[in-house]
Every structure is written in structure tokens, then in C-alpha cells.
Design a protein around this ligand. Structure first.
Ligand SMILES: [Zn+2]
Length: 97
């Protein structure tokens, strides 16, 4: 008797974002472009703090990112005051579209 079983092999495995938790407080988001979701669908409250380092050649290269996951509150209330305390002056830009 021939005995068989179904072997399911997914065509691919996709990694999707479940959530991001702030490195400095328990704030969590499922939408990194809008940490404060209760302000509405069209509100944007995004924080990007990262540094890239490596070598880039015409045909290849290697870069490493160091990324800080910060919520907008910790960015405003902790990172910016710390930056000022070291003598730094953050740049402000605006976009109107
Ligand atoms: Zn935070």
C-alpha cells in the first residue's frame, strides 16, 4: 500500500512589520509613519534617526545602518534636549504640498 501525505511548501516567506517599540519608553506603533494614530489617518508623526557607514564602490559595497527606534514624544522630550545639552542645534525644514 502506498501511503502519502501532503507537504505544503510556501512559495515564499514575507517578513511584515508587526510593530515597533520605542527604545526609550513602552510606546508601540504598527505604522512607523504615524506613531500617533489617534490623531487621524492623514496625520504624520514620524521619527527617523539613523546613521549609515561603509564602503560603496561602482560595482559593489557594504553599508551598515544604526537605527534608533524612537517615538515622537521621546524624540521631542529626550533626544532633542540631550542634543541641545551637547551644544547641537537641530535643523528644521518644512514641506508644503
Ligand atoms: Zn518613546
Amino acid at each position: 500500500m502506498k501511503k502519502t501525505r501532503k507537504l505544503i511548501r510556501p512559495a515564499y516567506v514575507k517578513e511584515v512589520l508587526e510593530s515597533i517599540t520605542c527604545d526609550l519608553c513602552p510606546a508601540t506603533t504598527t505604522d512607523p509613519e504615524n506613531w500617533v494614530i489617534e490623531k487621524g489617518l492623514y496625520h504624520r508623526d514620524e521619527v527617523i534617526v539613523q546613521g549609515k557607514r561603509g564602503d560603496v564602490y561602482p560595482e559593489s559595497g557594504y553599508l551598515q545602518w544604526v537605527i534608533l527606534d524612537l517615538c515622537p514624544t521621546c524624540f521631542r522630550d529626550k533626544l532633542i534636549p540631550w542634543f541641545h545639552s551637547l551644544g547641537g542645534q537641530p535643523r528644521t525644514e518644512e514641506m508644503d504640498f
